[in-house]
Every structure is written in C-alpha cells, then in structure tokens.
Design a protein around this ligand. Structure first.
Ligand code: G1P
Length: 294
C-alpha cells in the first residue's frame, strides 16, 4: 500500500532548550532561515506525502500560525515594494487542507502522542517524522523508508550507527543485515530496546526519528504501558510487533543534527547557513574570524 500520510509529533516541552523554549515552542526555533518544523514538513512533502498531522499541545498555536496564510502581511509587503519577501511568505505553504492539527492533552510520552492519531490514521500506513531530528543528507530519509516499506511490506525505521556511549539516549535496533532488491542494505530487526544502558544495548544502531508504521501499532499503544522513564514508549509498541511483523532498520548515513540539544541546534544553524547561497560566504568569514580568535 502506498504511504500518503505523515505524523509530526510536536507536543514535547523542550526542557533541554530552556529558557529559549519558555515562550517559543522548540519546533519553532529557527535554523538559519526557517523554523525547525518547516524542515520536516518539507521533507515529508518532497517524499510525496499528501496529508500531514501535527500533534501539538497548549501554548503551541504559533506552529499553526506559521503554516497559515497571512494575506495582510503579504499585501503590505507588496505595497511597499517587497514582492520577493511576500512570495517567500507563501511559497513554503502546503496546499490548503494538507495539514491537520491535533492536541495531545497529557504529556505521557512519544507513544501516547502517536496513539492520539489513531482515528486520523484510519487503515493506512503512515510516516512519523520527529522535528528534533534535522536530516540534511543528499537522500530524503523519509523517501528511503517509504521505498523500503513499498518494496517489502515490512515496517521501516531509520537508524544511524552512533558511539556506544550515546545509546542511552535512543531506541536501539539489533538484527541481521540483508540487501533489498533495490540494493538498499537493511537490518531485519529481531530486538528493539528503548534507552538501554551501554552494557545492555544489543547494538549501536540508534533510531533517528523517522518511521513507517501502520495501524497495527495502535493495538499495542492502546494498552498504554509505561516504559523507560515512566513514559509510553513508541519503541516498546513497535518491539511488541516483532513476533508478527517484519521490521527493518534502514541505515541513513547523511548528515544529522539533534536539535533537541543546544549544541546540536547550534551546529545545525552553522551547517544550514553554509548551505544557503545567500549566507554561505558571510558564514565562512565569521567561522574564520572566531577560529582565529580562539
Ligand atoms: C525518541 C525515541 C527514541 C529515538 C529518539 C530519536 O526519544 O523514543 O527511540 O531514538 O526519539 O531522536 P526522545 O529523544 O524523545 O527521548
């Protein structure tokens, strides 16, 4: 079945980024020229996704405002001779009706946030994109997962091999490497653990916030079982499907920034500026200036 839907969980508190996130949702923090959440919306649309559900929460209505058209501002900009900026204000907007919003009313974890989408998902498979994880590689990671799902029918989860000491902050996948018809190497999962200790971790294949799942996940999320950190964990619900479902870990080796952390977000700003035609030369000079002074 073709994947047409995407869920973007954006209800988290962003405590690791306080005080920057006291008033501004972490998903609305800018990375170079646009807010973080715009990157994942663009990644989903570029991959061919048609409908996006953003899971939000109280105090996060600025996300909705960002994807709404501001006709007054556009008209004003045109009137004062800034038609190019007016165009930038509407160019990134998906077609009307492509984004739906839903509020998570209790912060019980990522698994619970996804459970909130059960009625919206209906009988279709869907992608999940975590806005904290900014992926800037050549290949569209969401598209890679959709290709894997469409070829194998198995659930697909993006992963990256990270240093052993980092596994404690991630979901970890272990299994056997196989090669798909497309040539893509994947891990057929036989074990998944959320935030293991370094000793317990069955591998260093870490989950990086992109998934293709299907409504089978809701059977497990409905049980509302608390896992690591007392939260309802998505990894646990996927892991509960291992006995009945093929699950593949797809290795993404493109550049990745963990924007839920201060240093990851700062690095992403530099990397994104260096990729922007308008900003790259100035940014190179700034980097040189500070590198020489330190
Ligand atoms: C969540 C997932 C985890 C995954 C991580 C990627 O954890 O539960 O499996 O590895 O996102 O960013 P969180 O960062 O919300 O604690």
């Amino acid at each position: 079945m073709r994947v047409r839907k995407a869920i973007i969980p954006a209800a988290g508190l962003g405590t690791r980024m306080l005080p920057a996130t006291k008033v501004v949702p972490k998903e609305m923090l800018p990375v170079a020229t646009k807010p973080l959440i715009q990157y994942v919306v663009e990644e989903a649309l570029d991959a061919g996704i048609e409908h996006i559900l953003i899971i939000t929460a109280r105090e996060k209505s600025s996300i909705q405002d960002h994807f709404d058209r501001d006709a007054n501002m556009e008209n004003f900009l045109k009137k004062v001779g800034k038609a190019d900026i007016a165009k930038m204000m509407s160019d990134y907007l998906p077609e009307t009706g492509a984004i739906t919003y839903l509020r998570q009313d209790e912060r019980l974890g990522l698994g619970h946030a996804i459970w909130c989408a059960r009625h919206w998902a209906g009988n279709e498979p869907f992608v999940i994109l975590s806005p904290d994880e900014l992926l800037m590689g050549e290949q569209n990671c969401t598209r890679m997962l959709m290709d894997s799902y469409e070829e194998t029918g198995g659930l697909a989860i993006a992963m990256q091999d990270l240093p052993r000491e980092d596994v404690v902050r991630y979901g970890v996948i272990a299994g056997t490497e196989i090669t798909l018809k497309s040539g893509q190497k994947v891990i057929r999962a036989d074990q998944m653990v959320e935030k293991p200790t370094v000793e317990e971790a069955p591998s260093n294949h870490c989950i990086i916030g992109r998934y293709v799942l299907d409504p089978g996940i809701f059977v497990h999320l409905n049980k509302k079982l608390a896992g690591a950190g007392g939260e309802i964990q998505l990894t646990d619900a996927i892991s509960a499907q291992l006995a009945t479902r093929d699950i593949y870990g797809v290795l993404y080796d493109g550049e990745r920034f963990d924007c839920g952390k201060r240093i990851g977000w700062l690095e992403a700003n530099i990397a994104a500026a260096l990729r922007s035609e308008d900003l790259k030369q100035d940014m190179r000079n700034i980097i040189k200036k500070y590198a020489n002074n330190s």
